[in-house]
Design a protein around this ligand. Structure first.
Ligand code: AHM
Ligand code: MG
Length: 329
């Protein structure tokens, strides 16, 4: 059995892995470790609710729209509550940006970290038993602890992330994250209530065959996107599109592929949100050897002007993203 980059074998429990990581950094105070544990624990609760959703009438809409004007699902709301409660109780985060909340949640405490989270992504798939996920980014605050949280603390570019990852509630539930030292995946064993290291030092194939895009929009796509799609069709690529970003991303991470959500007249800046969808997956993909771009620029270098800002996303295998970018030049 091969050891992971930090020297722990497949089957290692998440807690032990996190602790070992912390021990490797003599100045680590343990707060980031605790935040990761908070996320893992809230993920267990959401996993339980996702799994029993059909049984107890949790699926479906609550009839209210969230700030993006989208139909808010009951499980979206529940997941948001679960994660925010975990961060509030934990005390390590001082502010939270959530897809489900218009305003920044200022926790008015001495926490050192800022969290950006999409508590339950893939809302159109919640009701139909298709994989959905949670996406998170963690930043260190810039202003001194004890002073009010500033907009500079919150609006940091993706390159400042200290950790990021996702939970995928799929055929099994997996937590994949990076702290800037490679990417590791932990599969949840519901019988033991514990995550175990199942995917060590994940790397994305440099080239793959899969392209993932909602091709129904092609009449509205920018010309470079359509020319790249034509290239894919002519070069033995295959199309896979679940409509849950985390699920499409995870499959492409394992198998090699590219996910694209371009700009269009309906979504002039793309549909996906920079701070709690694109940046987190960009950090993961770069740590796995892949690439994330707007078509012209590195996602993680964008300095956000707004917490709910959107951006076009090209993400996945490095050579595929570079090929797609070449059509923009
Ligand atoms: P959501 O945050 O409302 O769930 O929207 C994000 C989702 C992504 O998971 C998915 O890749 C994309 O929207 C699908 O959009 P579309 O239905 O336009 O293809
Ligand atoms: Mg989302």
């Amino acid at each position: 059995m091969e050891d992971s980059r930090i020297g722990l074998p497949i089957g290692t429990a998440l807690d032990r892995f996190i602790k070992r990581f912390q021990d490797d950094f003599p100045y680590a105070t343990g707060e980031l470790s605790q935040l990761l544990r908070d996320i893992a624990l809230a993920g267990k609760v959401v996993n339980r609710e996702v799994n029993k959703a059909g049984l107890i009438n949790l699926s479906g809409s609550i009839g209210a729209d969230n700030i993006q004007g989208e139909d808010q699902q009951k499980l979206d709301v529940l997941a948001n509550i679960r994660f925010i409660r975990a961060f509030t109780k934990g005390g390590e985060a001082c502010a939270i940006i959530s897809e489900e909340d218009e305003n920044i949640i200022d926790l008015h405490n001495n926490g050192k970290y800022i969290i950006a989270i999409d508590p339950l992504d893939g809302s159109s798939n919640i009701d139909v038993n298709v994989s959905i996920g949670t996406i998170f980014s963690i930043y260190r605050r810039l202003s001194p602890v004890g002073s009010p949280v500033t907009s500079e603390d919150v609006l940091q570019p993706g390159i400042n992330q200290v950790a990021a990852g996702y939970l995928l509630y799929g055929s099994s539930t997996i937590l994949v994250y990076t702290t800037g030292n490679g990417v590791n995946g932990f599969t949840y064993d519901p019988t033991l209530g514990e995550y175990f290291l199942s995917h060590q030092d994940m790397t994305i194939p440099d080239l793959g065959k899969i392209y993932s895009i909602n091709e129904a929009g092609s009449l509205d796509f920018p010309d470079p996107v359509n020319r790249y799609l034509q290239y894919c069709r002519e070069n033995e690529h295959t199309a896979r599109y679940i409509g849950s970003l985390v699920a499409d991303f995870h499959r492409n991470l394992l198998k090699g592929g590219i996910y694209i959500y371009p700009s269009s007249p309906k979504y002039p800046q793309g549909k996906l949100r920079l701070m709690y969808e694109c940046n987190a997956l960009s950090f993961v993909v770069e740590q796995a050897g892949g690439k994330a771009s707007t078509g012209n620029a590195r996602i993680m270098e964008i300095v956000p002007a707004d917490v709910h800002q959107r951006c076009p996303l090209y993400i996945g295998s490095r050579s595929m993203v570079e090929k797609a970018e070449s059509f923009h030049q």
